[in-house]
Design a binder for this molecule. Structure first.
Ligand code: CTP
Ligand code: MG
Length: 247
């Protein structure tokens, strides 16, 4: 008999953070005293239904072992690749023999430390038993402009039906392995898992997520991410405590 689908997470963390700059890759930049990657992993590890987390690391990465999450029994590591999709493909290969085709893989950027547990729950619930999977995404709210060669606004584009893709992206293991293998073989540039899956003619579901699930990309994003996390911890500190009944 077919057992229920297990859930795995894959965290590509082998990037160099060139747009962010600085002396260390952005996934190791501290936010409120904890590296970005530590927040991203903790958000996934807080979900007990995730069986294991594979983190793809750059060659020679010596920082990862210092994270408390590196000692979590559910966390394992693999070598990253030269592009994000190669890092994810390596992590999927590391699950071979253990993950079944119908299992779920949640791919989450190391550089997204503000994943909220409500978003993770919404993704798991809304994707449910879908044959393919789904991703957190955000409907566009700003007006879109097309620039001309001089950088002036030439046209206004319709934004209806347009979404920004976030992570996690939750795809069946077998589908994602096939999709990435094909994209890599055809040298098709894919910036997220959904793009590779779409190329197979499949349609992952769009699950509306929170706008504060930002990707730390540019130097200014650090202060923003820290403010989001600080506001959350303040919010939970101010939540009224339930009084224990006296016995
Ligand atoms: N990533 C990866 N392997 C790569 C490139 C990227 O695992 N060869 C990971 C990054 O570590 C990051 C995620 O993919 O967590 C999203 O990529 P991005 O934001 O582009 O990060 P970087 O590639 O590190 O940044 P940049 O493009 O500015 O160099
Ligand atoms: Mg990149």
């Amino acid at each position: 008999m077919r057992r229920g689908a297990r859930r795995w997470a894959v965290v590509p963390a082998a990037g160099r953070g060139e747009r962010f700059g600085g002396s260390r890759p952005k996934q190791y930049v501290p936010l409120l005293g904890r590296p970005v990657l530590s927040w991203s992993l903790a958000a996934l590890l807080a979900e007990p239904s995730i069986s294991g987390v594979v983190v793809a690391l750059a060659p020679g990465d010596r920082r990862f072992t210092r994270l408390p999450e590196a000692r979590d029994p559910r966390v394992r590591r693999c070598a990253g690749g030269a592009r994000r999709e190669l890092s994810v493909a390596n992590a999927l290969a590391a699950l071979e023999g253990e993950a079944r085709d119908h299992d779920w893989v949640l791919v989450h950027d190391a550089a997204r430390p503000c994943l909220h547990r409500d978003d993770l729950r919404a993704l798991l619930d809304e994707v449910g038993d879908d044959a393919v999977g789904g991703l957190l995404a955000l409907p566009l709210s700003d007006t879109l402009k097309a620039a001309d060669a001089r950088g002036s606004s030439a046209r206004t584009l319709p934004r209806e039906g347009l979404w920004r893709a976030l992570t996690p992206q939750m795809i069946r293991y077998g589908v994602l392995r096939r999709a990435l293998a094909l994209s890599i073989e055809r040298e098709r540039a894919v910036t997220d898992e959904a793009a590779a899956v779409e190329a197979l003619g499949m349609r992952p579901r769009l699950v509306a997520g929170r706008a504060d699930n930002i990707k730390v990309t540019l130097p200014g994003d650090r202060a923003l991410a820290a403010a989001i996390l600080a506001a959350r911890s303040k919010g939970s500190a101010h939540r009224p405590r339930l009084r224990r009944p006296r016995v």
